[in-house]
Structure formats: structure tokens, C-alpha cells
Design a protein around this ligand. Structure first.
Ligand code: WTA
Length: 637
């Protein structure tokens, strides 16, 4: 079924070798198994200095033909999307490939009739309903560039992203259900649009029936627009012919500066990479049910709910709700109900469910599970063992998949039942991936049992092409720290067998519940609050979230009760970024430990937040070393 699916450890090593020795031949042989309007002239051209990376240049294709049309002949009635509502009582939905194909074409026609053209940027801000996948694919169908924004981001965060991408169209919902909450998405969009000059049309899909304001001439209902195109008759929407390197989507992610960057992925390479990694890492077999618990607002959802599985003709399960509502048995109930084969989730979810004990697993039939997966942050051994024993019943391999928004798909991971797992190690690079560890001086660290900064030496098909509207930023962020290498921002160690273990970010990016959050972004948001003079944000170990956010804030003391001020600061951060970026702890401090040149010594703040105050290292270069004791004494537990 999947001609390039690797079946044995030996075959992995062989493929790996081939992919490094002759990447062009290797990737051409993989790419041959996709549907092209025209094949490539050249498999790979690259130069990391600019950076300029082109895969399959000269080729013409449409990714939706690979995700939809090509499955129709044999698998028209295979479920493409299984959808489970937030509400366990609400009837689930099944969309076969035929139905999904139809709905994507239909909505693509809606987009066209609303004036969307190839290359236009469309912001999608929806809950996890099938229409989100339909909207995404409909954009791809007509060559519009989607920028999906996670439903937890605030109006301000959306406004920034709309402006950065100069988006002219928005697709949203009236609201979204998440656990016991009803999130007023359209109302957030309305706030984001105050002062916006570029957005011409907002298409609103009905989900919660929350009252919304619909502005004449700008806002239209999804359902009405569908009816309009229906009356036109022919539902076909021919796939736009795209160049291999045409932009497929933009996805904003946090970095070490205050402004999120629009990571750009192009069409052909991303398609090949998500498909290749999906079938190999999870060892997907036809008719299996793949359940990735991420939200499509994050890269994991893009690659392993939508494009990877659908391009492989798989059945992908979309879940609208959260793991702990109505109770902590929700995932296991879903596994039981749909006979899920592959469960791909995040360590933070596992740790949180672990905390609820085993009662929620009792009575749920998990015997359909064959492969478990973890993504988003390092998985600690305790969580690994719990997942392995209680969910996988000791028989399911766990793939610990390391990758990033920028890498498009999984980079370092064991492959289920093919290469061995090692708890807390992502293990080995996939074919095509050449990791290396670098030291502070830009030298590669060779050998075994060593650690350093993780870089990648050569291009892979799914890699970032640019940061939208600012190519230099892409160069500075990823290709300047080390000559001729892509710098991941992660620290990493390599054991005696060549297994890689990711140790966490080495830049100022936090990983909170598997979400990337830049400390500078949070600081900017805190500093917006009246009375705040300065702030410094660091991460600290958090039992469930992996990392928690600790904020040191200098406040002018105005406006009374400090506890209320803290609440106000949280509210400000929620407004500026979204609730996901709210600090877990806020400590008011009289000053921040700075060097004579004015640089905040975050190392010290990190140690204090971690509770590791025994050895703060050298503080003699500080402008005011006595501040350290004051901060230590005021630590929030
Ligand atoms: C971290 C998510 C350890 C890492 C796909 C990376 C991981 C960042 C793992 C990217 C893993 C992701 N083990 N750390 N298996 N997977 N990370 O862009 O720090 O949301 O740089 O992409 O998450 O987060 P992003």
C-alpha cells in the first residue's frame, strides 16, 4: 500500500544511508508515488546562506488532489474524517473521502464566489469541527494561503497576525465548545477587526448558535453561501495548478523576540514530508483509525490530522473537546468508541490524566490500540511508563516524535515496531535528516555521550522556506547562529548508540503544555499594563504543564491591593496574547538583576524560580548584587 514504508530496522538503516548519500534519487523515488500535474525538473536546489531551498522545482500539483481526488477510485467510501463532539451525547459525524471531496469543492466555490484568488491570505479561526478541515483544504484547492490561528489566541494576537499577512479573508465560527466553555470566536474576530483595513469578508460557520453581530457587506454565513453555490449547480471545483514551491500556508509561532513569526511552508515538499513521516513513524496500515489529539491551530494538527493522514488515504479522528471534560476518561472513551489504532498526544495531557488515577480507564476497551505517540515537549520517564503500561498495556510501542513548526513534520523519532524506543529519547533521525550538535564556539561536537545545540546539516522536504514578509528574519533566526546549518533552538544530547534526547529550548522560548511561548512576548504584554515599569519572564518546572511561566514584575505600586493588580496583569496578558500565556506566578520585585551593561541576568531569575537558590553562580557582575537576596526572599511558591 505504501511502497516507501520501512518495515525493518535493517531497511531503516539502508534507507537512511541512501537518503544521505544521494538525497535526490532517494526523494525522487518517494515523490514518484504522488499525483503530479507535471513532474519536477530538479529534485533539490539549496543554499543555507540566503537561505534558499527548493524541492521538486518545476513540478506542478495540487495537494488536495493528493489528499482527496486520488483516493476516490478505490476508497471513496472509506471514512476520511471521524468527528467526535465536545458533547459526548451529540451524534458523531463521519465524512467519507467522497463526502469530504465534495464538501471541499463546494466550499472552495464559496471562497471563489466571495472573491478569493490564488495567493490570497485567509485567516482561519475556528473550533475543532470538520468545517475547519474543510476550510483549510478548500483554501489549498484554489491556491489561497491559509493561516490558521488557534482558538485560544486573543483579538490583539489575531489583529497582529492579520496585519502581518495582510489577510483579506477570515473564516470563523459563531463560537466554539471547549469542555464546559463556549468561546465566542466571532466576537473575538470583531474585536480583532477594529481598525483593520484589509479584511473584506468574514465567513461565519454556525456551531454554538451564540448571538453574533453580522456586519452588512462584510460578514456572511457559511451555510447561506453554500446554498448560493448550490443553486449554481455544478459542484465541481477544479484544483488550481500550483508550483511545487508555491506557499501552502503560514503558521505563526513564537520565537525569542516579541513578535510572532509567520512560518511559511510550501506545497510539494511539505506534502511529501508529512506523508512520508506519517506512514513511517506510525506505521499506518489501511483502515486504521488515527487519533491525533492536537488542535489544527498548531502544526501538529496541520501535519498529522489533516495533510499527513489524508494524503495517505487514512481515517483521521478529529476531537472537538478536551481530555478532562466531562471527565478524565474522555480519551479512553473515544479510543473505545472508534476502535482507535494510533493515539498521538502530548506529554502534558498524559501527565494531567495520570493525576486522575486509573479509575477513568476501567471499563474502557483499549485493545484496539497499536501505536502510541508523543509530541510537543520532552516526555519524562514517569509519564512514558504510565502511558506504556496503562494505555498501551505494555504492548504498544510509543513513538517519541521530535519536531517543530518550522520542520513541517517529524524529524527525530523511533518508528513503531521498526526501530526501538528508549524512554525520554526521541532516538534516531528519520531518513533525510542529518542532526548535529554544536558547541558555543560554532564547532561541531562529534562522538558519543555528548550534548550541545541541535542543528540540521542539510535540507529536508518539509522545512520552513521563509518567515512571511521578512526573509531576513528567517535567515537571522535559523541560519545565522551556525554557518551552513539550520539551528533548532533546542539543546540535545546523543548517547552511545547515537540516540538523541532533546533537553529543551536553549533560547528564550518556553514550552507550556506543549505550546511555544516567547518570554519576550509575555513581557511585552505584561509591560502594557498600567503601572508596570519592567518585567522579566522565565520558565520553571511544572508537574503537569512541563514548564510554568514565572514573571518578575516591577510595579509602581499605584492602584492599591497588589493581589488585585496581579489579577489585572493576568487579564492584560489574556487580552494581548491569550489565556495560554498567562503567568502561573507573579512576583513583584523592586528591581531586576542587571549587569552593568543593563542586561537582565535571566540565569539568576531562572534559578530562583526553579527554587534552586543554593548556587546562583557568579553575581559579582551585577549592578546591585543585594537585589538577589530581596528577590529570593519574595519568591512565590
Ligand atoms: C519541543 C511542535 C522534546 C522542542 C511539533 C521544539 C519536543 C518545540 C518534542 C517545537 C519531543 C517538540 N521531545 N521536545 N518529542 N517535540 N518538542 O513548534 O523544544 O509547537 O523546539 O512544534 O517543542 O514546538 P512546536
Amino acid at each position: 500500500m505504501y511502497p516507501f514504508q520501512i518495515k525493518t530496522k535493517e531497511a531503516y538503516h539502508k534507507s537512511y544511508q541512501q537518503s544521505i548519500e544521494d538525497p535526490e534519487t532517494f526523494w525522487a523515488s518517494v515523490a514518484n508515488h504522488f499525483q503530479w500535474k507535471k513532474k519536477w525538473d530538479k529534485v533539490l536546489e539549496w543554499n543555507f546562506n540566503e537561505p534558499n531551498v527548493k524541492w521538486f522545482s518545476g513540478a506542478k500539483l495540487n495537494i488536495t488532489e493528493n489528499c482527496l481526488d486520488r483516493h476516490l477510485e478505490k476508497n471513496a467510501n472509506t471514512p476520511a474524517i471521524l468527528w467526535e463532539s465536545n458533547d459526548p451525547e451529540e451524534h458523531h459525524r463521519v465524512l467519507t473521502y467522497k463526502e469530504l471531496h465534495f464538501k471541499v469543492m463546494q466550499f472552495a466555490n464559496v471562497l471563489k464566489s466571495n472573491g478569493v484568488k490564488k495567493g490570497d491570505r485567509i485567516c482561519i479561526y475556528m473550533g475543532m469541527i470538520p468545517e475547519l478541515a474543510i476550510a483549510t483544504l478548500a483554501c489549498a484547492r484554489i491556491g489561497a494561503i491559509h493561516s490558521v490561528i488557534f482558538g485560544g489566541f486573543s483579538a490583539q494576537a489575531i489583529a497582529d497576525r492579520l496585519q502581518d499577512a495582510s489577510a483579506e479573508f477570515i473564516i470563523t465560527c459563531d463560537g466554539a465548545f471547549r469542555g464546559a466553555k463556549d468561546i465566542p470566536l466571532k466576537s473575538v474576530i470583531d474585536d480583532a477587526l477594529v481598525g483593520n483595513k484589509t479584511v473584506k469578508r468574514v465567513i461565519v460557520c454556525t456551531r454554538t448558535r451564540t448571538p453574533v453581530s453580522m456586519i452588512k457587506g462584510r460578514d456572511v454565513w457559511w451555510e447561506d453561501e453554500i446554498k448560493k453555490v448550490e443553486t449554481l449547480g455544478n459542484p465541481d471545483c477544479p484544483a488550481e495548478i500550483m508550483d511545487a514551491e508555491d506557499i501552502l500556508f503560514i503558521l505563526y509561532t513564537s520565537g525569542s523576540t516579541g513578535k510572532p513569526k509567520g512560518v511559511v511552508h510550501s506545497t510539494a515538499g511539505y506534502m511529501v514530508w508529512t506523508n512520508y513521516t506519517f506512514v513511517n513513524v506510525f506505521q499506518y496500515q489501511p483502515a486504521q483509525v488515527h487519533f491525533c489529539t492536537a488542535d489544527i491551530g498548531w502544526i501538529t494538527g496541520h501535519s498529522y490530522i489533516v495533510y499527513g493522514p489524508l494524503s495517505a488515504g487514512a481515517t483521521t479522528l478529529m476531537f472537538e473537546g478536551i481530555p478532562t471534560w466531562p471527565d478524565a476518561g474522555r480519551f479512553w472513551e473515544i479510543v473505545d468508541k472508534y476502535k482507535v489504532d494510533i493515539l498521538y498526544t502530548a506529554p502534558t495531557a498524559i501527565r494531567s490524566l495520570m493525576g486522575f488515577g486509573l479509575d477513568y480507564i476501567k471499563g474502557k476497551d483499549l485493545s484496539s490500540l497499536k501505536v502510541l505517540g508523543s509530541v510537543g515537549e520532552p516526555i519524562n520517564e514517569e509519564a512514558w511508563n504510565w502511558f506504556h503500561k496503562n494505555i498501551g498495556k505494555g504492548k504498544c510501542p510509543i513513538v517519541d516524535t521530535w519536531w517543530q513548526t518550522e520542520t513541517g513534520g517529524i524529524m527525530i523519532s523511533n518508528m513503531a515496531n521498526v526501530t526501538p524506543a528508549k524512554p525520554s529519547f526521541a532516538t534516531l533521525p528519520l531518513p533525510g535528516i542529518q542532526p548535529c550538535l554544536m558547541d558555543e564556539n560554532g564547532k561541531e561536537i562529534e562522538g558519543k555521550n555528548v550534548s550541545g545545540n541541535l542543528c540540521i546539516k542539510a535540507p529536508w522536504p518539509g522545512m520552513i522556506r521563509t518567515t512571511y514578509g521578512d526573509h531576513d528574519r528567517c535567515k537571522q533566526t535559523y541560519f545565522s547562529a551556525y554557518e551552513n546549518k539550520y539551528f533548532t533552538g533546542d539543546g540535545c544530547l546523543r548517547d552511545a548508540e547515537g540516540n538523541y534526547r532533546i533537553t529543551g529550548r536553549v533560547d528564550d522560548v518556553l514550552n507550556v503544555s506543549g505550546h511555544r511561548i516567547g518570554t519576550a512576548e509575555v513581557e511585552n504584554a505584561i509591560n502594557m499594563h498600567a503601572g508596570v515599569i519592567e518585567s522579566a519572564v522565565v520558565g520553571y518546572p511544572h508537574d503537569i504543564k512541563g514548564q510554568g511561566i514565572y514573571a518578575y514584575v516591577i510595579h509602581d505600586g499605584s492602584h492599591g491591593d497588589p493581589n488585585l493588580t496581579k489579577q489585572d496583569i493576568l487579564q492584560t496578558v489574556s487580552r494581548i496574547i491569550g489565556p495560554i500565556a498567562k503567568p502561573d506566578k507573579i512576583q513583584f520585585v523592586p528591581g531586576l538583576p542587571k549587569t552593568r551593561s543593563g542586561k537582565i541576568m535571566r540565569r539568576i531569575l531562572r534559578k530562583i524560580a526553579e527554587g534552586d537558590t543554593g548556587n546562583l553562580g557568579d553575581t559579582s557582575t551585577l549592578l546591585d548584587p543585594s537585589l538577589v537576596d530581596v528577590i529570593k526572599d519574595g519568591k512565590i511558591n
